[in-house]
Ligand binder design. Structure first.
Ligand SMILES: *Cc1c(COP(=O)(O)O)cnc(C)c1O
Length: 331
């Protein structure tokens, strides 16, 4: 099994930069998780670094995961497996077969893709794991989107980087916004905050009321919240009741525009504007949608004079799918 130097040495903190665009009377900063230097970066690269260690520790010879044709997670896992010189098997819902850049990259990395109806995914996963074992192979399974405790742990690290940056620059963010999908990123951020607040309190520091807002890109509020809460509980374990308070979990489905992958002309305009002004590519499924949602939230809640951090969670190949679509629409 080959090593990936970046994952061996650990990921350096990603940049936090001020944005030039002003949306209301607030200051905006962006954390460029998309600049993690592996396979276009993003939160899935951060999670992959944790899975990498686990795969090596158990000596797996095939990694299996699940995701759609647009999945950043599948691209990164397939890239990681290729780079490690082990096999990769992806289960994908057959309902969505449009060949996007991520779909093509997954194929180029040599992963095998098995499609099935979305309702049969979990059964297919179980059967396939079993058949790999029967063949004498040692499969490692990763949940869709890198959901689960290792993924949460990776995103706790994102929060620690933010807290260290705040300390170094003497600047406190009032709000942190990000796209919330499987909820792992949000769970990691909230756990990171709860743990670091607890540490600060122990050393006699005052902790300010920072808010982490997950903008749902697909799930409704009830289910989305519950999954994030459950992930927080799984991660904190015995410290959950001591540290967690309901008000720490802000998850809104007001900007999910009818579900996964759906977007409006206004979201497209926001993406074009951010690219022009700040040179930052965003996609329509996650980051651009959440960024646009943040603007809506800021307006709806009348936020003023706040320091706001938006986390760019990656998905750059999807930006190019967006460009292609814009091109087709303009001819
Ligand atoms: C997967 C993904 C998200 C959502 O992250 P979760 O941890 O699943 O909530 C956000 N942005 C991008 C670009 C993603 O690929």
């Amino acid at each position: 099994m080959r090593q990936i130097a970046l994952f061996e040495q650990g990921i350096s903190p990603t940049p936090i930069v001020k944005m030039s665009g002003c949306y209301g009377e607030n200051e905006y900063y962006i954390k460029r998780e998309d600049m993690i230097p592996f396979s276009f970066g993003g939160n899935k690269a951060r999670k992959a670094a944790v899975f990498y260690k686990e795969i090596k520790a158990c000596g797996a010879d095939i990694v299996m995961t699940y995701g759609s044709n647009s999945s950043n997670h599948c691209r990164i896992i397939a890239n990681m497996a290729a780079s490690m010189g082990i096999a990769c098997h992806i289960i994908s819902p057959e309902e969505n077969r449009e060949r996007l850049y991520n779909t093509r990259l997954v194929e180029d990395f040599g992963a095998t893709v098995e499609t099935c109806p979305v309702t049969e995914v979990s059964g297919t996963i179980d059967r396939r794991m079993e058949s790999f074992r029967q063949e004498g192979r040692n499969p490692y399974f990763i949940m869709g989107g890198g959901h689960g405790n290792p993924g949460t742990r990776a995103c706790v690290e994102t929060y620690r980087e933010i807290a260290a940056w705040e300390e170094e620059h003497g600047l406190h963010f009032d709000y942190i916004f990000h796209a919330s999908g499987t909820g792992t990123t949000q769970a990691g951020l909230v756990c990171g905050k709860l743990l670091s607040d607890a540490e600060r309190k122990e050393s006699g520091q005052v902790v300010g009321g920072q808010k982490i807002v997950g903008i749902s890109i697909a799930r409704n509020e009830e289910r989305g919240r519950e999954v994030v809460r459950q992930s927080i509980e799984d991660y904190l374990g015995a410290r959950y009741t001591e540290l967690f308070r309901e008000q720490e979990l802000i998850f809104t489905d007001e900007y999910c525009m009818g579900g996964y992958g759906k977007y409006t002309p206004e979201i497209a305009e926001t993406i074009e504007e951010v690219m022009k002004r700040d040179g930052i590519p965003m996609d329509t499924t996650y980051v651009g949608k959440a960024f646009h949602g943040m603007r809506g939230y800021v307006e709806a809640h009348g936020l003023q004079g706040k320091k706001i951090l938006f986390i760019h969670t990656g998905g750059t190949p999807l930006y190019f799918d967006f460009l292609e679509r814009q091109k087709q629409e303009s001819v």
